[in-house]
Every structure is written in structure tokens, then in C-alpha cells.
Design a protein around this ligand. Structure first.
Ligand code: ATP
Length: 374
């Protein structure tokens, strides 16, 4: 096992594409780090550089005590699990799992023992003589994991290992990977474009965009205190509402104006973002998590704590029933897509805290016409 350290690592492809731009990551021994970002953000390239499958253009990569920039993949002592599983179709499960050990001329008896042990860990002991084509998607995925585990590498590198599975199996395997990683305690770098996977698996999550690391933090920190608009919009489903508005001071309080609505800024937000006071009148983006809103009528807009100061009046234009909850889309505050050209984020963090989490469910047969930011 080992820590993995990337210091100012960049990748420039021969055609001039700068796929990864000065990436700095310190992945601790035994840590599960997830690299997440939209397609083309450079996460696979970053992982492949760690694996030794892609040359590093600039910067240094260290695994354990060793700088490995020029160490070939096979000598880095890391194991990669691919999206495609990359199993050999003509070999049995036992042969597939043991293949890497055979290459390293590990004695046959030891290979047998280690493969048996790994197969047991993964619940594959009854399938050792089968060929991959006779396995389900989930079992194939386990074989690919088994092949990585049996080598007892210093780090696991996983590139979207669950993306070929159906939704239900993906959730199941996600939990298995999480349990397995904790049990084996091997440093793991895991690439995905799925933020739910990132949030549930990672001890820490690194968000990338266009080759540049945006933020690396524990999942809850990322959710509660995104450092910029991109992270604010990328993490969370349904996405954080990002609304154009302005702040001003009047009647002894601070207010944020969103179209025709005016909301009183809670003290916590002002305390978290003292700089807001200097931005009176300026355009800014206010972020409000969907779960921080509730139906004003159910939530008591006229209650004593001044709920009326935090009313967004808008007509619901779409209600999606998810079974356990309803997603209500509003003209003013719907789950929205983030646009990258929005320049300023006044308070992704503060605004996310604009409200305490409201627990009153949205409900009723009729769509509410106003929402209360609690
Ligand atoms: P995806 O989730 O779609 O796999 P990604 O985040 O893993 O995307 P990369 O595959 O690392 O992204 O690609 C990052 C950027 O580098 C993209 O703009 C891609 O087009 C470019 N790129 C990847 N491989 C090469 C290559 N061999 N030559 C030139 N450009 C490349």
C-alpha cells in the first residue's frame, strides 16, 4: 500500500490538447479518492498517467517513496480495473484472476491458494471453472476486481468500473466496492462521471473541469461549501437552483432580490460571507438547494419567525413524482442547469445555507404556487 502524490502533473497530447493542467493531489495511504467531472474533463487521462498507460508531460508522480514518471506500467505495482473489464474470453474465471500472477511466475500452488481466497471474498467460488461469457455482468465485474485484488497491489485504479451494469446492479456493486475497499484498505483512485457514485464512494472527491481541478474535499464539504458555480451545479441531484439576483440593505436587514421576489438573508449567510455587504446592488447568483424549500402553506409562511420574508412566489409548471418525493419545477426556482458563462458566484456556500433544511414534505394533489425558503 502507498500514498499517491501528483505534483503539478499535466498532460499535453501530441495535437496540443491540454487534457490535464497542473493537477495536484495528495492521496493518502488507504484512501478512496474519486475523480469526477463531465465527459472530456481529463479524469481518465489523469488515471492513465498514474497507471503508467499515458506519459506525463509535466510535473511529478510519486507512488509511495518512489517517483515513477519514467517507471513502466508493469513495474508500478498498481492494478487497474477497466470499464470493459478486459477479461480474456478463452480463459476460465480461475485463469483470468490468476493471469497476472502467472506472468510474474508466482508458484502454481500459491496462485491456486490466492485465487481461491479472492474468489471467496467476492463470492465467485462456485464459478471458477466458467468462461466469462457464461457469467452475468455483475459476476464479470467481480472477476475484473478479483484480478486486481489477487495481485495485492499498492493501489487500485478504477475507470468507470460500474458503467456497463444496469441501474440496480450498479447500486449493489457500488456497495460491494465500498465494503471491499474498506476491508482491504488499499489506496484507490476511482474515475466516474456520476456524482452520486462519487459522493457515496469517496473518502474525498476531486471535481475536475476542462483539465483543471476545481475542488477536492470530503463529500459533505463539497455539497455544503462548493467553491465555485461549477461545483455548486455539478454536485447534487436535483441540482442546486442557481438564480440571478442582487443584494441590498433595507429596514435593518439584508435582502436578496430575485426577479419580483425579495428574500431576507438569514444571519448565518451574512456571517459566512461578510463580503456580501460590500456587494450591495451588484448582480450575483444565489444558490438554493431544492431540499431547502418547502410549500409555504404547509410550512407556515405567516409564522412568527418571519416566514413571510422568505417567500418565493411562483407558479409551478411541472411536478415529477418520484415515489418518495415530488420534484416541483417553478418558473423562478426550478432545478436548473448551470451555465458556464455566469461570471460571479456571490455565495455558493452561503447561499446553499440560505435555509435550514426544511423537512415538511411537498404534497397535496395541487401544485403549490409559492415556496418558502425556510
Ligand atoms: P470521458 O468521461 O468521456 O471518458 P474524461 O473526463 O475521462 O472523459 P479524457 O478521456 O481524459 O476525459 O479526455 C480529456 C481531453 O483530452 C478530451 O478533450 C479528449 O478529447 C482529449 N484526449 C483524450 N485522448 C486524446 C488523445 N489521444 N489525443 C488528443 N486528445 C485526447
Amino acid at each position: 500500500m502507498a500514498e499517491v502524490v501528483l505534483a503539478d502533473v499535466s498532460k499535453v497530447y501530441p495535437d496540443g490538447t491540454r487534457a490535464v493542467d497542473r493537477l495536484n493531489l495528495h492521496i493518502a495511504d488507504g484512501e478512496f479518492l474519486v475523480l469526477v467531472g463531465p465527459s472530456g474533463c481529463g479524469k481518465t487521462t489523469a488515471l492513465r498517467m498514474v497507471a503508467g498507460l499515458e506519459e506525463i508531460s509535466e510535473g511529478t508522480l510519486r507512488i509511495g517513496e518512489r517517483t515513477v514518471n519514467s517507471v513502466p506500467a508493469r513495474d508500478r505495482d498498481v492494478a487497474m480495473v477497466f470499464q470493459s473489464y478486459a477479461l480474456y474470453p478463452h480463459l476460465t474465471v480461475r485463469q483470468n484472476i490468476g493471469f497476472g500472477l502467472e506472468l510474474r511466475k508466482v508458484p502454481k500452488e500459491e496462485i491456486r491458494r490466492r485465487v481461491d481466497e479472492v474468489a471467496k471474498t467476492l463470492g465467485l467460488e462456485d464459478h471458477l471453472d466458467r468462461k466469462p461469457r457464461n457469467l452475468s455482468g455483475g459476476q464479470r465485474q467481480r472477476v475484473a476486481m478479483g484480478r486486481a485484488i489477487v495481485r495485492e497491489p499498492r493501489a487500485f485504479l478504477m475507470d468507470e468500473p460500474l458503467s456497463n451494469l444496469d441501474a440496480k446492479l450498479r447500486v449493489q456493486m457500488r456497495a460491494e466496492i465500498s465494503r471491499l475497499q474498506r476491508q482491504l484498505n488499499v489506496t484507490t483512485v476511482y474515475v466516474t462521471h456520476d456524482q452520486v457514485e462519487a459522493m457515496t464512494l469517496g473518502d474525498r472527491v476531486a471535481v475536475m473541469k476542462k483539465g483543471v481541478l476545481q475542488q477536492v474535499a470530503e463529500p459533505q464539504e463539497l455539497y455544503d461549501r462548493p467553491v465555485n458555480l461549477f461545483v455548486a451545479g455539478f454536485i447534487g441531484s436535483p441540482a442546486m437552483n442557481l438564480l440571478q439576483g442582487s443584494v441590498s440593505s433595507a429596514d435593518g436587514a439584508w435582502w436578496v432580490t430575485l426577479g419580483e421576489n425579495r428574500l431576507r438573508l438569514p444571519d448565518e449567510v451574512l456571517q459566512a460571507r461578510p463580503g456580501l455587504r460590500e456587494r450591495a446592488g451588484a448582480e450575483l447568483i444565489v444558490g438554493i438547494r431544492p431540499e431547502d424549500m418547502e410549500d409555504a402553506e404547509l410550512g407556515g409562511a405567516d409564522d412568527a419567525d418571519g416566514g413571510a420574508d422568505r417567500l418565493l412566489r411562483s407558479k409551478a409548471d411541472l411536478v415529477e413524482a418520484l415515489g418518495s418525493e415530488l420534484l416541483v419545477h417553478f418558473g423562478v426556482a426550478a432545478p436548473r442547469v448551470v451555465t458556464e458563462d455566469t461570471k460571479e458566484l456571490a455565495s455558493a456556500a452561503g447561499a446553499a445555507d440560505l435555509a435550514d433544511i426544511a423537512t415538511t414534505p411537498l404534497g397535496g394533489d395541487t401544485a403549490p404556487e409559492s415556496v418558502l425558503v425556510a
